[in-house]
Design a protein around this ligand. Structure first.
Ligand code: SAM
Length: 279
């Protein structure tokens, strides 16, 4: 029995339901329920929220979220082998856990959630970045979620929180930090997972800001950032040449030396340039 909820220990759950991890589904399970409860606490006050969890697997994080008081959890899992284990959790927390067997890239989660909504997940590595980019680029801002608390490979987490001048700084950092407060809240060694992955992992917490830090048209900003980092070693006057015939003077007007490289340009400067390009 596990201390946090009186349900069977996760090793027993995995053994009883024969949940041998599948690499193709990015399955690296967290079996320490104290750790999953800690991740759930990093997601903030869940008692007034619906929580979307992608990839519950045998339910370690799901149990952490429910034990920490989440109002409701919607868990989307692709692997149908996990459903009986998740049904046991749902029975233990009547009316608080809904499980959808499907691909998180395809399921219309909004039809199953009531605001306020937070997202918490130990993401499958093969779809993690794609989901994050979708959540960061909704048609309207603020988005449907208040915060994202997500486990990634540590290198991806570093790209999300990177600052100008760092080797990790790029599109993901700018996309995340333009409209969110982003920080790494936990770093985990490979041994925290079963099976152990090759690399360290980290939990990133992203809090949606009510509005962007600096005004800019999202599509233009994305185009400038993409062009700048596509050839990150090139000077901006060269990498952004295709965007505007007078790109050098626009760069100067935005306070960016035309000989600068994208990796040293701040979010504020990118937004300024995007506004000048929009005119
Ligand atoms: N949350 C569990 C934990 O922390 O132990 C499992 C995390 S494991 C890294 C990723 C989970 O995502 C697996 O259960 C896997 O089956 C599931 N998964 C993989 N691709 C998915 C997809 N496209 N949609 C939904 N779930 C997916």
């Amino acid at each position: 029995m596990a201390a946090i909820d009186g349900l069977p220990a996760l090793r027993e759950v995995i053994r009883d339901h024969d949940l041998v991890a599948k690499k193709s589904l990015g399955q690296n399970f967290l079996l320490d329920l104290n750790l999953t409860a800690k991740i759930a606490r990093a997601a903030g006050d869940l008692t007034r929220c619906d929580v979307l969890e992608v990839g519950p697997g045998p339910g370690g994080l799901t149990r952490g979220l429910l034990a920490e008081g989440a109002r409701r959890v919607l868990a989307v899992e692709k692997d149908s082998r996990c459903l009986p284990a998740l049904a046991e959790i749902a029975a233990h927390y009547p009316g608080r856990l809904e499980v959808i067997n499907g691909d998180a890239l395809e399921v219309d989660v909004l039809a199953h959630l009531t605001p306020p909504i937070r997202i918490a997940a130990n993401l499958p590595y093969n779809v993690g970045t794609e989901l994050l980019i979708r959540w960061l680029t909704p048609a309207v801002w603020p988005p449907f979620w208040e915060s994202l608390t997500l486990m990634f490979q540590k290198e991806v987490a570093e790209r999300i929180v990177a600052k100008p001048g760092s080797a990790h700084y790029g599109r993901l950092a700018l996309l995340a930090q333009w409209r969110c407060e982003a920080r790494i809240v936990m770093v985990l060694p490979p041994e925290a997972f079963t099976p152990a992955p090759k690399v360290h992992s980290a939990v990133v917490h992203l809090q949606a800001l009510p509005e962007p830090r600096y005004p800019a048209d999202p599509k233009i900003l994305e185009r400038v950032v993409a062009a700048g980092f596509n050839q990150r070693r090139k000077m901006l006057r060269a990498s952004l040449r295709g965007l505007h015939p007078q790109i050098e003077s626009l760069l100067e007007a935005a306070g960016i030396p035309p000989t600068e490289r994208a990796e040293r340009v701040t979010l504020e400067q990118f937004c300024h340039l995007a506004r000048l390009l929009a005119r």
